[in-house]
Design a protein around this ligand. Sequence first.
Ligand SMILES: [Zn+2]
Length: 390
Amino acid sequence: MKKKFAIAVPLLFILSLQLISAQEKIPSYVRTSGKLPQLAYSTGEDRLGSAKMGYIDTMIVMKVLDTVNNLYKVQLSSSHYAFIEKNYTQVVPDTVLSTAICENWRVKGGDKFDSVNIALTGRVPYKSWMEIDPSTIKIELYNVQSNTNWITQLSSAKAVKNVWYEQTESDVLQITIELVKQQHYGYSIGYNGKSLQLLVRRLPSIPDIRKMTIAIDAGHGGTNMGASGETSGVLEKNYTLLFAKELQKILKKQKVKVLMVREEDTTIDNRDRVLWGQQNNPDLFISFHLNSSGRSTVRGVSTYYKHVAYRSFTQSILKRLLEIKNLEEFGNVGSFNFTPIQPTEYPSCLVEVAFLSNEQDEKMILDPKFRTKVANQVFLGIKDWIKQWK
Ligand SMILES: [Zn+2]
């Protein structure tokens, strides 16, 4: 009886899925919606999902080319496409999508940011990224043609050195924002009406950790338990919080302003961690996790970044953590496609302190003295990093 039921359920499930896909009508056009729509390069099916191209605004209309599982394949320009989760879109009635015109720009300085305003005749899809040596922010605007004949740059701008563009394809505009300082310190991008607005954060002229606000994220929590200890069975979510609180204690003692993503065993969606960061606008973001591997011999500490511009931050922290006795190196990992460290707004570092799946590492994680040591080394890593700002 039990067996029959076990076979019947998957069969029914597959049949009903096929029915749904046969009936699904692909819309011609969708517009981005929801609380954090993002574009992806692929349909990627590993545990971290599709490689992210970046977050974009709502109300951007794109032509749908295809549907793949829970994603739409959407057209960005005549030769570029991307993928977007269906539940971050709304179907728009058939429309003619015209190419937007890029108009004049204005660069000026404010209190803490420089702003770059790019006037457009409509909201178009874009992606942006940071480059180093020299440090620039690049934006690619799709389905747009330039009529930018005028770029005003005011002397109040302190972080932005130069801005220019190239129409690299007949409907793609590539924008370069060259920075004064070598170290990137974050930027936000989004529409203000039809104008694309970039806010570039200024690197403080005096590196002083006491003037900074540091966000600490204890990975997982609530119903999201994370990994569990090989021999002890302890849960990652409880121990990430212990590491986070150790760092909180040390920073507070040093008179550093600290923001905690969670201080209790609460469930927080990873997308909400991004929204939280964008709202609270910390200077730095540190996320604690504990690693796990199918092979019990794998061990060691590792730090992770998404944007190459923030690599030096994660290297400084790793370097200090490697001073801890018996803590081996697992490595410094880039292009890490993990949601909480995707924002461009602030430098972030994800720390996988050690492996819960390794006996020696697990023993260390369970030791309160080790946790204090880890927090202290992270603190020293932050101080080392801000000292080397250029
Ligand atoms: Zn984790």
